[in-house]
Design a protein around this ligand. Structure first.
Ligand code: 13P
Ligand code: SF4
Length: 367
């Protein structure tokens, strides 16, 4: 729905501030969430053999392996760098390697390619997508942008290269507040594609924005009731939440931040127990970095899981498409390779570089 400024309710809770209208894109969103078969962990001997092969290939290719915090443990363990979207794009921008092996999802590998058009960028599974990316097709965004020439479009990095090419600046969950605070004051802000991250940023900055109606299918499965139950079981635990979650869940958080900042928070906070409200792959680093602390996965509401299924941790089906074997294979074949049209590469680089520049500013000059 496109209209005048209106008071909007998030997740059925009373609004905190005035928000502009939201685009009604219900028809574009995924109708259902198909489940992938359960992952079978690799035996340790196979992990060792594959890891050794990958390290040899890495030397031969002069490659760097970048991995997101949600990747399976055995991939995180062979990576040169493991981090959040911001850290990964900073690493991609600075790497002297000839080949970038991107263990994450498609939009992350595309971002690395945009920053390194002359390098080879491979993604272990070409189908590792993202529900946020799918929710915002470039042609629909372009049509919506035409409705207001005064829009300043801020795109969460979880979008396609073609969408990035249409935007003024990119942000990640790690710098979204800083990026919005640095936006020109005379512009009408359009935030795409995550309505939950956008709503949280509005709460933090007080800056009204028009929100694209996309969401992360994995994070919206966290629910307030289940989290309240878990808090009762672990009353001493700190609750750390990713901002892609619903407001009803964010409202129960002790800290709301990107995956990398979640890890920092658990490292530096004096508490011994943490309820972690994001994809469960992050627990590998948390346990590695804080072996004396306890991390508890928040359960997800999932109608497809049997009541007898005791593991209700959240997994992103896209992030979990990458396996150690596929990492080895993509290095042997140098495929699947990320290729993008020249005009998209050129146009999408601008808003990413703007993000990296704003992000590197000291806090007092952030805007
Ligand atoms: P981070 O940048 O916080 O790691 O988030 C990426 C993501 O896809 C979260 O679902
Ligand atoms: Fe996309 Fe959500 Fe998966 Fe992150 S967790 S890659 S936002 S679908």
């Amino acid at each position: 729905m496109i209209g005048a400024v209106t008071k909007h309710q998030f997740d059925g809770l009373p609004p905190r501030l005035y928000v502009q209208t939201m685009t009604d894109l219900t028809g574009l969103l995924n109708p259902g969430i198909e489940r992938f078969p359960l992952r079978k962990p690799l035996p340790p001997s196979q992990i060792d053999a594959l890891s050794r092969e990958i390290l040899v290939l890495k030397k031969q290719l002069n490659a760097v392996i970048l991995a997101h915090n949600y990747q399976v443990p055995e991939i995180q363990d062979i990576a040169d760098y493991v981090g959040d979207s911001l850290g990964l794009s900073q690493q991609a921008a600075a790497t002297p390697a000839d080949v970038i092996v991107f263990c994450g999802v498609h939009f992350m590998a595309e971002t690395a390619k945009i920053l390194n058009p002359d390098k080879i960028v491979v993604l272990p599974d070409k189908d590792a997508g993202c529900s946020l990316e799918q929710s915002c097709p470039a042609d629909k965004l372009e049509a919506f942008q035409r409705t207001n020439p005064n829009f300043w479009t801020i795109a969460y990095i979880n979008c396609s290269a073609a969408v990035k090419a249409l935007c003024d600046v990119i942000c990640t969950s790690g710098n979204a507040v800083k990026i919005v605070e640095a936006a020109p004051p005379d512009k009408d802000l359009l935030f795409v594609p995550d309505e939950n991250l956008g709503a949280w940023v509005m709460e933090q900055t007080g800056r009204p924005m028009t929100l694209w109606k996309g969401n992360c299918y994995a994070h919206v499965e966290f629910r307030r009731d289940a989290l309240l139950e878990l808090k009762k079981q672990f009353p001493q635990a700190q609750v750390v939440v990713h901002p892609e979650s619903l407001r009803e869940v964010r409202d129960l958080a002790d800290a709301i931040c990107s995956t990398e900042k979640m890890i920092d928070y658990c490292k530096t906070n004096a508490a011994r127990q943490f309820i972690v409200v994001t994809e469960s792959g992050i627990l590998h680093r948390m346990k590695k970095d804080c072996p004396d602390k306890q991390f508890i996965c928040a359960p997800v509401f999932d109608v497809m899981k049997m009541p007898s299924d005791s593991c209700r941790c959240s997994e992103c089906k896209y992030m979990k498409m990458n396996t150690l074997e596929k990492v080895r294979d993509c290095m042997v074949r140098l495929a699947p390779r990320i290729e993008l049209p020249e005009n998209i590469l050129r146009r999408a680089r601008l808003p990413i570089q703007r993000m990296l520049e704003i992000s590197s500013r000291p806090l007092e000059n952030a805007g």
